[in-house]
Design a protein around this ligand. Structure first.
Ligand code: FAD
Ligand code: DHB
Length: 385
């Protein structure tokens, strides 16, 4: 197996294949240091946690991650708790994507298995045959890898998807006029569970990484220049958008900040010949539902099982249903992420009709057990199948 990309999808797939005796080579364009520092998601569904445990890469997560049984939705000056564990029997785990990636890289390298960083000029060939090939340049030499299948786990700007013939895939997408400015701050989190705040000045999200690290976000324009946001302005907006009587948001040094634009995107099918797309290479969700990382992991759980059947038993039937199985989950997450995004963000023109609809929906999900359960079961993650 050739795996392009050492993000959560590629690394988890490599670990899963190794656990079943299937050989793979992982090719990554960036350096190890860059991949391990890339600050992104932080909410893991139970299915993701279970798979990382099964794969033997959970020791640090089990010791340090923080379990949450609910989230808060804040709007119209009040904070409302959605008791997800009570409603669904499941909770979420707060554990940074950077930490997941670090542990997967360490496991692979400790086992002495091939994972090449700073690989250049990756190209894929003969994907319509049963022996596709990947060419790449590494450490000054050209290489060619012949394999049973290629996993395109190279994210939204990778090479695998664009290298497929025109018309092979159908694309579905939606752009949003929103972006998130995210910060990592060296300060004790001011919250016990995540706060998603609807506010006339725009959405804000309070999350965390550890007892000493807070992860906070504010809604900005999709193409906002981070240079327009000195630290004081970020704190001012966070304070205004999350203010609550009797509660204070603690401030501290900002260690990192960055802007992410928001987009929904899916390709169908997630496969062409022996090239299989997984994670952000096949789909993108706006981050409001905390689904991006979890979808990447559930894709490769399905794909890994099918590839093991091919490589170990010579049975390609499971691979033929990979795309359809994964897409069912992907579209549910696409809908949930779009819905959460639409309910919580201030439209650019502040349309008052839209605002009243958002508030009506927020009141509904915080007052009806049926509506709260629907939000909760999607947020904690529907069973994998
Ligand atoms: P990636 O993590 O993107 O990994 C793909 C890998 O492929 C990368 O390491 C890349 O360097 C490598 N690659 C690319 N091109 C090549 C090539 N030509 N050759 C070799 N390797 C290549 N989700 C949330 O739920 N919450 C968040 O707060 C959140 N924040 C995000 C912030 C940013 C800036 C981004 C981009 C995404 C964010 N996401 C978030 C989404 C989540 O992080 C992704 O869904 C997740 O990283 C997907 O994992 P992946 O392995 O599919 O892709
Ligand atoms: C985080 C990111 C999200 O997209 C989200 O919905 C919740 C939390 C985080 O980075 O902690």
């Amino acid at each position: 197996m050739a795996i392009v990309g050492a993000g959560p999808a590629g690394l988890t797939l490599a670990q899963l294949l190794h656990a079943h005796g299937v050989e793979s080579v992982v090719l990554e364009a960036r350096s190890r240091d860059y991949v391990e520092r890339r600050l992104r998601a932080g909410v893991l569904e139970q299915g993701t946690v279970d798979l990382l445990r099964e794969l033997g890469v959970s020791a640090r997560m089990d010791a340090e991650a923080i379990e949450h049984g609910g989230i808060h939705l804040q709007f119209a000056g009040d904070r409302h708790h959605v008791p997800m564990r009570e409603l669904t029997g499941r909770g979420i785990t707060i554990w940074g994507q950077t930490e997941v990636v670090k542990d997967l890289i360490a496991a692979r390298l400790e086992a002495g298995l091939p994972l090449h960083f700073e690989v250049q000029d990756v190209t894929v060939h003969d994907v319509e045959s049963e022996r596709p090939r990947v060419r790449y340049r590494h450490a000054g030499a050209d290489h060619e890898l012949e394999c049973d299948a290629i996993a395109g786990c190279d994210g939204s700007h990778g090479v695998c998807r664009p290298s497929l013939p025109a018309g092979a895939l159908r694309e579905f997408s939606r752009e949003y006029p929103y972006g998130w400015l995210g910060i990592l701050a060296e300060v004790e989190p001011s919250i016990d569970e995540l706060v998603y705040a609807h506010h006339a000045r725009g959405f804000a999200l309070l999350s965390l990484r550890s007892p000493t690290l807070s992860r906070y976000y504010v809604q900005v324009a999709h193409d906002e220049d981070v240079a327009n946001w000195p630290d004081e302005r970020i704190w001012e907006e966070l304070q205004a958008r999350t203010a609550l009587a009797g509660w204070t948001l603690r401030e501290g040094p900002i260690l990192e900040k960055g802007v992410t634009g928001m987009r929904s995107f899916v390709v169908e099918p997630m496969q062409h010949g022996r090239l299989f797309l997984a994670g952000d290479a096949a789909h993108i969700v706006p981050p409001t539902g905390a689904k991006g990382l979890n979808l990447a992991i559930s894709d490769v759980a399905i794909l890994g099982e099918a590839l093991v059947a091919l490589c170990r038993d010579g049975d390609a039937t499971a691979l033929t249903s990979y795309s359809a199985r994964a897409l069912r989950r992907v579209w549910r997450a696409e809908h949930f992420s779009w819905w959460m995004t639409s309910m919580l963000h201030r439209p650019p023109d502040g349309d008052p009709f839209e605002e009243r609809l958002q508030l009506a929906q927020l009141r509904y999900v915080t007052s009806s057990d049926a509506a709260a359960t629907s939000l909760a079961e999607n947020y904690v993650g529907l069973p994998w199948g």
